[in-house]
Design a protein around this ligand. Structure first.
Ligand SMILES: NC(=O)c1ccc[n+]([C@@H]2O[C@H](COP(=O)([O-])OP(=O)(O)OC[C@H]3O[C@@H](n4cnc5c(N)ncnc54)[C@H](O)[C@@H]3O)[C@@H](O)[C@H]2O)c1
Ligand SMILES: *[C@@H]1O[C@H](CO)[C@@H](O)[C@H](O)[C@H]1NC(C)=O
Length: 309
């Protein structure tokens, strides 16, 4: 009995300590906390376009050796030559992430060609953008394959090496759609909720095994202006802006460099998530209608059928 009491006291003290630490850290500029990754090798999936390409360029600028994966070989090679032009070290692989065997095969090529991966960024993503009953099966399967199943397979390839060396970082690019369901995004939201749950569970597994040198970060942005979500609307851009890719990627880099576990973009998403946790669901529906979250996808165009793989 006395033991539980002591444990409770210690737990409360730790809670207060880390709460204060969290508040303090939120005000310290990222540049003060940033870790040195200049000797790290980084693998980024979906680096052939959008924020994947921008992240690849930023990591190379930090001195990292960069490995870029994409099914879009042309885009991927463009990313690689952009990095080479700036004097960075990069190796590009053409991989279709919907194929688990291709992931395993390419991962062993990477280990042979460039060695161990220190930072794995699961970034590739696709969106169907149709109401659920209008989603053909193959597109639902593709969404799950790229947006979550591929995270499992890449982590299986590269986490063991990180754990062995007690050095590494798993970054999962999820979405604000990993916390809130959206009409017209059923398969996408399901895949992004999965990515959030995956990241959190892996973090707990690493913690419980005392692996202090391997970190995880899950990135949950609202819409970003990369083309993937062309046509979407936001009612109050001053509260929920459609993000500039460059801005989003700078925030993502800061979060990774500071071992931040969860990044919500913009920050004020935290209020929406907290409200969702506290209010009755009917109130949430009313708020979602008012903020036009419910019909944000009505005029979705995305990248169009042409670019579908
Ligand atoms: N754009 C947004 O509004 C937004 C918002 C929140 C989260 N995200 C997430 O950010 C990530 C990057 O999105 P983006 O906006 O840069 O999109 P993007 O379409 O510009 O880039 C996605 C990349 O993934 C690649 N890819 C798709 N299927 C693949 C496959 N089977 N195998 C290998 N590569 C594949 C594409 O070729 C493309 O280069 C995605 O996971 C997306 O879900 C985007
Ligand atoms: C991030 O993790 C690395 C490696 O474990 C560590 O050296 C660094 O001090 C950490 N930085 C912060 C801000 O937590």
């Amino acid at each position: 009995m006395a033991n539980v009491f002591v444990e409770l006291l210690v737990t409360l003290l730790k809670l207060v300590y880390y709460w204060i630490e969290g508040i303090v850290l939120a005000f310290v500029p990222a540049s003060f906390l940033a870790k040195d990754i200049s000797h790290d090798t980084v693998l980024i999936t979906g680096a052939g376009s959008g924020i994947g390409r921008l992240m690849a360029i930023k990591f190379a600028e930090k001195g990292c050796r960069v490995v870029v994966w994409d099914v879009n070989n042309k885009g991927n090679e463009e990313t690689a030559s952009e990095i080479r032009k700036r004097g960075g070290k990069v190796t590009a692989y053409s991989v279709d992430l919907t194929d688990r065997h291709q992931i395993y095969k390419t991962a062993s090529e990477v280990k042979k060609d460039v060695g161990q991966i220190d930072i794995l960024v699961n970034n590739a993503g696709v969106v169907t953008g149709k109401k659920f009953l209008h989603c053909p099966d193959h597109l639902i399967i593709r969404t799950m394959d790229v947006n979550i199943m591929a995270h499992f397979w890449t982590a299986k390839c590269f986490l063991p090496g990180m754990i062995e060396r007690n050095h590494g970082h798993l970054v999962n690019i999820a979405s604000s759609a990993g916390f809130v369901g959206v009409s017209g995004l059923a398969d996408y939201c399901a895949s992004k909720y999965s990515a959030v749950g995956f990241d959190e569970s892996i973090r707990f597994e690493l913690n419980s095994q005392g692996i202090t040198g391997v970190h995880t970060t899950v990135i949950c942005p609202f819409f970003i202006n990369t083309g993937m979500f062309d046509g979407v609307k936001t009612r109050f851009p001053f509260l929920l802006p459609i993000l500039d890719p460059e801005y989003a990627v700078n925030k993502i880099m800061d979060a990774i460099l500071c071992n931040q576990t969860v990044l919500l973009l913009p920050k004020n998403l935290v209020f929406f998530i907290a409200l969702k946790g506290m209010l009755p669901t009917k109130c949430c529906q009313i708020l979602a209608d008012f903020f036009q979250i419910s019909n944000s996808m009505d005029e979705f165009k995305g990248r169009g059928e042409k670019k579908e793989n």
